[in-house]
Design a protein around this ligand. Sequence first.
Ligand SMILES: Nc1ncnc2c1ncn2[C@@H]1O[C@H](COP(=O)(O)OP(=O)(O)OP(=O)(O)O)[C@@H](O)[C@H]1O
Length: 305
Amino acid sequence: MAAIVVEGLVKRYQDLVAVDGASFMVEEGEIFALLGPNGAGKTTTLEILEGLRTADAGRVEVAGVDVRRHPRQVKARIGVQLQDAGFFNLLTVQETVGLFASFHPHPRPVESVLEELSLQEKRRALVRDLSGGQRQRLSIACALVGDPQILFLDEPTTGLDPQARRALWEVIREIRNRGRTVVLTTHYMEEAEALCDRVAIMDHGRLLAAGTPDELIGRFVPEDRIHIALEPRAGSAAVESLPGVSRVEKGENGTVVLVTRQASLVLQHLVSIASDGQLDLGSLRVDRGTLEDVFLQLTGRRLRD
Ligand SMILES: Nc1ncnc2c1ncn2[C@@H]1O[C@H](COP(=O)(O)OP(=O)(O)OP(=O)(O)O)[C@@H](O)[C@H]1O
C-alpha cells in the first residue's frame, strides 16, 4: 500500500510558483527522498504533506488520510523532525525526549528510542553540550518517540561531517528496517543514491523524474565508461572494434575510455583478448552514471554550480 499519494500539487507564494503540479507516490516501508537544489520546492512540498501548509491545488493523502480534510488524523500518524532551535538548552537528552513523549497518547519507552539513536550514553548530557550530529540524532529521537508510521526529515545531514553523516544514514536505515516509512529532503546526490530506495528529482517547483536511483541512472544515463590504460606498445585499435562499444574517447593520462551500454559484454571481451596476449592491459576502471549525471541530463546544469 502507498504511504503517501500526491497528485497535481500546486503551491504559490504571490507570483512565485513554489510547487508546480507535482505528482508522486511513496511506498510503505521505504526511504524516499525529494532531491533538488536550494529553492526547488522540497521543504514546501514536505510541509504540505505534514499539514503545516495548505496547497493551492492537488490531492495529498498521507497514511490513507486526506491531509486537507483531516489534518489532525494525519498528525497522529507522522513524526516530524524539528530543527534544534526548538529545544531547551538546559534540559537533558532524556528529559527532552520525555517531554516529546508526553505529547503523544501511546509513546514508545524513552529508553528504547535513546538506544535506537545511540544516545544512551548521552542521556544525562544537557542539550547545549551536544555535538551537531548528536543534536540531529536527538531531533530524530523526538520525532520517533510518538511511534509514527511515517517519519519526515528535512535535510537531516546538512552541516554534518562525513563520519556523522554516514552514522545518521545507518540510523535512518534501521528505522526503515523496523517497517517505518522515511521521507527526507536532501541536496546531496550521493546521499540520495547511497541511502534512498526511491527518489524524486525536483527543480524550480517541478518534479522532473522519480524512481529508484538505478532506474533513473539506467533511463537517463545508460552509458558506462570503461577506462583502460594500455601498455605503450599496444594500439587502441584492438579495443575500438569490440562488440558493445558505442564510441571511444580519450581519458586523462593517456587512458582510453570505452563508452558502452553493455559493460559486462565489453569487459568479457577485454579479458578474453588480454588473456590471448593480443592486449596488454595496464589498469582498468568502470564508471557508472550517477544521480548527479541524471540531474545534469535533465536540467543541463550541475547541482552544485
Ligand atoms: N513563506 C514563503 N513566502 C514566500 N516565498 C517562499 C516562502 N517559503 C518558500 N518560498 C520560496 O519558494 C521557493 C521554494 O522554497 P522551498 O523552501 O520549498 O525550497 P527547498 O527546495 O526546500 O530549498 P532549500 O533546499 O533551500 O530548503 C523558493 O524560491 C523560496 O524562496
